[in-house]
Design a protein around this ligand. Structure first.
Ligand SMILES: [Cu+2]
Length: 153
């Protein structure tokens, strides 16, 4: 397990400034990142993209990280003109050929009970559990703003 983590870290160091991505079966996980938060903030959000390159639907069921007491799947819904966060029940479906973007104002992995503030430049592991593809530990990069690639959509 330790060796696995070290290998992942080395992989990511090589692309420190660029986008990084992970592959788990037919699921491609693009650039997991988290926005730097003020020191006192007990919560934070993780954003990434999930592309299903397979022939069958899959579903992100849950996430966890040693960095926070819990990690919840959230989305934003328009409640009479007010955007509110909602916990996603039953996971986030990714249809074959589809890319689901987790981005500010939309789907996100909510970190609740942060054990350390999210400082720009930090990296931390996040475990993603899929219904079909299984589980993977991805490396989340903490940065001040949205990555450049997110602006083009
Ligand atoms: Cu949230």
């Amino acid at each position: 397990m330790k060796r696995f983590a070290a290998a992942l870290f080395a992989l990511c160091l090589s692309g420190l400034a660029a986008a990084h991505s992970f592959q788990l079966g037919s699921i491609h996980i693009g650039h997991p990142w988290s926005r730097a938060m003020p020191l006192a903030s007990p919560t934070g959000g993780v954003y990434l993209s999930l592309e299903n390159q397979g022939k069958g639907a899959d579903r992100l069921l849950s996430a966890s990280t040693p960095r926070a007491a819990s990690a919840e799947l959230h989305t934003h819904v328009n409640d009479n003109g007010v955007m509110r966060m909602r916990k996603v029940e039953g996971g986030v479906e990714i249809a074959p050929g589809q890319t689901v973007k987790f981005a500010p104002g939309s789907y996100h992995v909510m970190l609740v009970g942060l054990k350390q503030p999210l400082k720009a430049g930090d990296r931390f592991p996040l475990t993603l559990n899929f219904e079909k593809a299984g589980s993977i530990v991805v490396d989340v990069v903490v940065q001040d703003g949205m990555p450049a690639e997110s602006h083009s959509h």
